[in-house]
Design a protein around this ligand. Structure first.
Ligand code: G3P
Length: 214
């Protein structure tokens, strides 16, 4: 499973890169707004650091305007992937962008029926938001299972990015299902790594090492 980081924060991206496990970055308007910088400059800096896909979202609601925005965003760097919302206009934009060779990530997916259309259309990525479903007492991970099955049945090539991840078990479950990508907040990447028995084990080894004659 590929690991993307769900952030627009340069420090977090650098830290995740230093671990050697990072395959890409996803941003959205909310994440960009936290950085207090013009989006093109910020995205350019991210793309200098990361050679894998970097998702940047359009904010227009009409297909033609989305395509215009996508064209401007694509000029920032070769690895920019255009995030479009899962609406009728978004699907129209994906069709046009695919014909132009622009990679797309269809975001704000909350149902298998939405995902079926995106797979049929052949977008490069789909982003089902599992945490936001859990937040309203639905089973987010069930959506990933459904999409995985549908895409397998029809050999759809669209890659599933498990998004809106809240905790490490979301990542583990996504990997068990065989999702293509998990886009993970920085804090959760740290949580994936930690285990109290590892820390206790290191402490004990260091204590015992002191007893070894020098
Ligand atoms: O980037 C999209 C998604 O991961 C957002 O997550 O935590 O705002 O539901 P969240």
């Amino acid at each position: 499973m590929k690991i993307f980081i769900d952030t627009a924060n340069i420090k977090e991206i650098k830290e995740a890169l230093s671990l050697g496990i990072l395959d890409g970055v996803t941003t959205n308007p909310t994440l960009i707004s936290k950085e207090n910088r013009p989006a093109p400059d910020l995205l350019k800096d991210i793309c200098v650091l990361v050679s894998g896909p970097v998702s940047a979202e359009v904010i227009s609601l009409e297909a033609e305007a989305m395509v215009r925005e996508a064209e401007a965003l694509s000029k920032i760097a070769k690895n920019i992937v255009i995030k479009v919302p899962l609406t009728a206009e978004g699907l129209k934009a994906v069709k046009i962008l695919s014909q132009k060779g622009v990679k797309t990530n269809v975001t704000l997916c909350f149902s298998p029926s939405q995902a079926l259309l995106v797979g049929k259309l052949g977008a490069d990525y789909i982003s089902p938001f599992i945490g936001r479903l859990d937040d309203i007492s639905a089973e987010g991970m069930g959506l990933i299972r459904d999409i995985k099955l549908i895409y397998k049945n029809y050999n759809f090539k669209t890659q599933i990015i498990v998004a809106s991840i809240r905790h490490p078990m979301h990542v583990v479950e996504a990997a068990k299902i065989g999702a293509d990508v998990a886009t993970i907040p920085f804090k959760v990447i740290g949580q994936l790594l930690k285990h109290p028995l590892t820390d206790i084990g290191i402490e004990r080894f260091l204590e015992d090492w002191k007893k070894v004659p020098k």
